[in-house]
Design a protein around this ligand. Structure first.
Ligand SMILES: CCCCC/C=C/C(=O)SCCNC(=O)CCNC(=O)[C@H](O)C(C)(C)COP(=O)(O)OP(=O)(O)OC[C@H]1O[C@@H](n2cnc3c(N)ncnc32)[C@H](O)[C@@H]1OP(=O)(O)O
Length: 391
């Protein structure tokens, strides 16, 4: 079962890349003065079709981008819509190559494929356990087993603070999980923290970049939260330790939230000169009442796991010593329930609010775009980075 799940998870994107890697009939067989010849390039394209092991999303995007650059030159197609995640990721990868010459792109493509072929030759010795792990994520560990796809935040030394790359990888992981044959998707953290929220070094930029970075940050935030609003299967948060900022507010978009009694829940937005996100300006008051929501979202009160459970943000709290064992036993049992029934029931519960949530998400992102450019926010970030402030 685990093997089938793994193959399907890996299949979705590999198929997409392969179909975009068809060799056009009109390719000429000319040898360039420098770098890979057209023939080398074509044979690399054919080699890709025979590749048995999924090289991971990051490599696939690189291959796609260099293939397009080598055959069509700089990206000149309209940017796909924000919810067309796969095509948008492909477009971004191609567009990032700018004016890279076709010959260089061709050489890079050939080099990439040759690296993949040699590593797949030695892959017969890979242990089955490692095989369950999805390749291609640098900041996450993604595994699929027993009907459960697990996405684990993997920056334990930085308390799983969320970098731009991490937001993007989580979106790709959710997109893959939504299409695989698992029943349940889980998000958890590696190490002592669930997540310390947005990585504050995302704000380390020069003043002349601020406006553009705030604009891009707001788009990223809207897309990221949008993936949770639209996620079609039961989504479970396994909150292994303290959670801060967006890793707290996003929880209301999960179907189950299991927390260790070591976890705390903290949204210090005002301290950072910022405002709530992930639809929490609507979901928290409707969940716990406006007075309790204000305590968290305006005044930054830190809750224990028991308090968060009493307010309806957490489904159940477990002693830390038995947390992993109890939670995974429970989830494995749930994952054996009829998959389609779970999925349809989730959608029946969530669909009433979807449109409203997307509108709130867009508005919160717009307001944060302004906040990020404020002195209040900049001073708070500088205080954290110079260690004058710790939450
Ligand atoms: C584009 C989408 C935007 C979405 C908007 C989201 C907003 C939010 O999420 S707001 C919340 C932002 N988070 C924070 O303000 C937390 C800041 N971190 C802390 O206050 C503390 O680090 C701590 C309480 C989380 C943990 O304290 P402690 O146990 O004392 O550990 P350290 O501070 O020594 O942390 C170890 C290591 O990790 C780095 N780090 C931790 N959190 C963050 C972070 N959020 N951003 C950047 N870096 C973080 C910390 O700097 C340490 O690094 P080194 O000094 O290099 O060891």
């Amino acid at each position: 079962m685990a093997g089938v799940t793994g193959r399907l998870v890996r299949g979705w994107c590999l198929r997409a890349v392969r179909s975009s890697l068809q060799v056009p009939a009109q390719l000429h067989m000319s040898k360039t003065a420098m770098g890979a010849s057209q023939k080398d390039f074509e044979s690399a394209v054919n080699q890709m079709k025979l590749l048995k092991k999924d090289p991971g999303n990051e490599v696939k995007l690189k291959l796609y981008a260099h293939y397009k650059q080598a055959t069509e030159g700089p990206c000149n197609t309209p940017k796909p819509g924000v919810f067309d995640l796969i095509n948008k990721a492909k477009w971004d990868a191609w567009n990032a190559l700018g004016n890279l010459p076709k010959e260089t792109a061709r050489q890079n493509y050939v080099d990439l494929v040759s690296g993949l072929s040699s590593s797949s030759d030695s892959s017969s010795q890979v242990k089955p356990e490692a095989d369950r792990k999805q390749a291609g994520y640098e900041t996450l560990v993604m595994t699929s087993e027993d009907g459960i796809t697990k996405i684990m935040l993997n920056r334990p030394t930085k308390m799983n603070a969320l970098t731009t790359q991490m937001y993007q990888e989580i979106m790709l992981a959710l997109e893959a999980a939504s299409k695989d044959d698992s029943t349940i998707t889980v998000l958890t953290g590696n190490g002592s923290y669930f997540s310390s929220g947005n990585d504050l070094t995302n704000f380390v930029i020069s003043p002349d970049e601020l406006e553009e970075r705030a604009r891009r940050g707001a788009i990223l935030l809207r897309d990221f939260v949008g993936c949770f609003i639209d996620f079609p299967k039961p989504l479970v948060a396994v909150v292994n330790g303290p959670a801060v900022g967006i890793s707290v507010t996003i929880l209301r978009l999960f179907d189950l939230v299991y927390a260790s009694d070591r976890a705390t829940f903290h949204t210090p937005f005002s301290h950072l000169g910022q405002t709530p996100e992930a639809c929490s300006s609507y979901t928290f008051p409707s969940l716990m009442g406006p007075a309790k929501a204000a305590e968290m979202l305006i005044f930054g009160k830190k809750l224990t796991a028991a308090e968060a459970c009493a307010r309806g943000l957490v489904t159940e709290v477990f002693p830390d010593s038995t947390f992993q064992k109890e939670v995974w036993t429970r989830l494995k049992a749930y994952s054996k329930l009829p998959r389609n029934a779970l999925r349809i029931s989730k959608q029946m519960i969530r669909n009433h609010e979807k449109e409203k949530l997307h509108a709130i998400n867009a508005e919160e992102s717009r307001i944060l775009q302004e906040r990020w450019q404020s002195d209040e926010c900049m001073n708070a970030i500088m205080n954290f980075l110079s260690r004058k402030a710790k939450l």
